[in-house]
Design a protein around this ligand. Structure first.
Ligand code: CMP
Length: 396
């Protein structure tokens, strides 16, 4: 029982779509791979002219993937009480609530159509139901955190988005009415009624232009020209609102992420909340797998790094090396001395870094002398250590 109690949170953390541990990453790669193969198999199975053997193989692939998804569904159901927003419910209630949530339903939808396909195939021998397996694409959405962001952006920007939609509606109805009046005599089939004219207006306003309905009178063409230009403006407005909303939301999320991480860096914890809030806005998070070179000796230095979790190895020019762990920083020497990087630094474990760009570093250093001083003291110590190593090496 005790082992189960420790296993459940571990498995939950691996299955979370935002887990950056090696096991979590492996699971995500495997899951994405299975989805891609499954979706391709469904697409190819819809080609009736494929040889029987190939179709048989594709059916087998779909079945194997369905079994994987079914097992995944059961495991997700089991670990549901670990989800933080459900952890105050009794386990069975938490599981039921997860099953009724959007991710729960999407995971269920990934299993049901394949079962239908199997039953359908067994009864009729036809693969018709396999088309429903294409619902697996919904599972891809669970891997995209941007969908959550999109929902929040639409909610945050609902006032300007509603105004743009109203503008769209006004343009559409005015243009359709004018085209109906101007064109109905020449083209009664296309513009004889308002719904027909509205179809033309939608196709024109969205700048799609199928060309199935085209105004032929001078007046109708002028209305069309005006509508096309307005269409570009309306779409540009919509794009602008969504793009700004996205970048603001992303900045907010990054701020919270960084705020969480700075507490792991001792050099920051000594600063007051107000000072810290200034720095947090300038830091960016970066996740690195093991054995990735973060800075290379001799390169120009444009940023410094703080390790919030993981480990990096500093490969010194004299052949020695130093390991830096949680809370340490590197890359400061090139910024302080305005010289190329003095050493190569690479990750040895999965590592999360906070990046501070040079321009922000200089500004912060001038405004927060205590921080600049602490960085300079450590840089001085490192320079001396490197010098000592070099002298010892020469003597040897
Ligand atoms: P920089 O020269 O910008 O890039 C390489 C970095 O390695 C350097 O800044 C320091 O942050 C770090 N570094 C160099 N020497 C040492 C050392 N002896 N101990 C720890 N870190 C070092």
């Amino acid at each position: 029982m005790n082992r189960l109690n420790t296993l459940r949170p571990r498995i939950y953390s691996i299955l979370r779509y935002s887990d950056y541990s090696p096991a979590g990453r492996h699971w995500q790669s495997f899951h994405l791979g299975a989805l891609a193969v499954g979706i391709l198999a469904v697409i190819f199975l819809s080609i009736d002219s494929l040889p029987v053997d190939v179709r048989h193989g594709l059916r087998l692939i779909i079945w194997v993937i369905t079994i994987i998804f079914f097992l995944e569904y059961l495991v997700r159901l089991w670990v549901a009480p670990e989800i933080s927003r459900l952890d105050h419910y009794r386990p069975m209630v938490a599981r039921l609530r997860w099953a009724m949530s959007l991710p729960g339903l999407i995971n269920l939808l990934a299993v049901l159509p394949a079962v239908m396909m199997g039953v359908g195939y067994a009864i009729t021998g036809a693969d018709a139901a396999s088309v429903f397996c294409i619902l697996w694409v919904l599972k891809l959405g669970l891997h995209a955190p941007a969908f959550g962001t999109l929902a929040r952006v639409v909610s945050n920007e609902r006032a300007p988005l509603t105004s743009i939609l109203i503008l769209f509606g006004i343009l559409l109805i005015i243009a359709a009415t004018l085209a109906h009046i101007l064109e109905r005599e020449k083209q009664p089939d296309q513009f004889g009624n308002l719904p027909g004219a509205m179809w033309w207006a939608v196709v024109t306003l969205t700048t799609t232009g199928y060309g199935d309905v085209v105004p032929v009178t001078v007046g109708g063409r002028l209305v069309g020209a005006g509508l096309m230009i307005s269409g570009i403006a309306v779409l540009a407005l919509m794009t602008g609102v969504l793009a700004t909303g996205f970048s603001q939301e992303e900045r907010r999320r990054e701020y919270l992420r960084v705020w969480d991480l700075v507490s792991r860096v001792p050099i920051f914890t000594a600063l007051g909340v107000v000072t810290l809030s200034e720095i947090v806005g300038r830091l960016r998070t970066r996740y690195y797998p093991p054995r990735i070179t973060v800075v290379r000796q001799g390169d120009a230095g444009d940023s410094m790094f703080f390790i919030t979790s993981g480990e990096c190895e500093v490969r010194l020019p004299n052949g020695g090396s130093v390991r830096l762990g949680d809370g340490a920083f590197f890359g400061e020497m090139a910024l302080l001395d305005r010289q190329p990087r003095t050493a190569t630094v690479a990750t040895t474990k999965p590592t999360t870094l906070l990046v501070l760009y040079a321009s922000d570093f200089y500004e912060i250093a001038s405004r927060i002398p205590a921080l600049a001083e602490a960085v300079e003291v450590e840089a001085r110590r490192r320079r001396e250590e490197n010098l000592e190593r070099l002298t010892a090496q020469k003597k040897a």
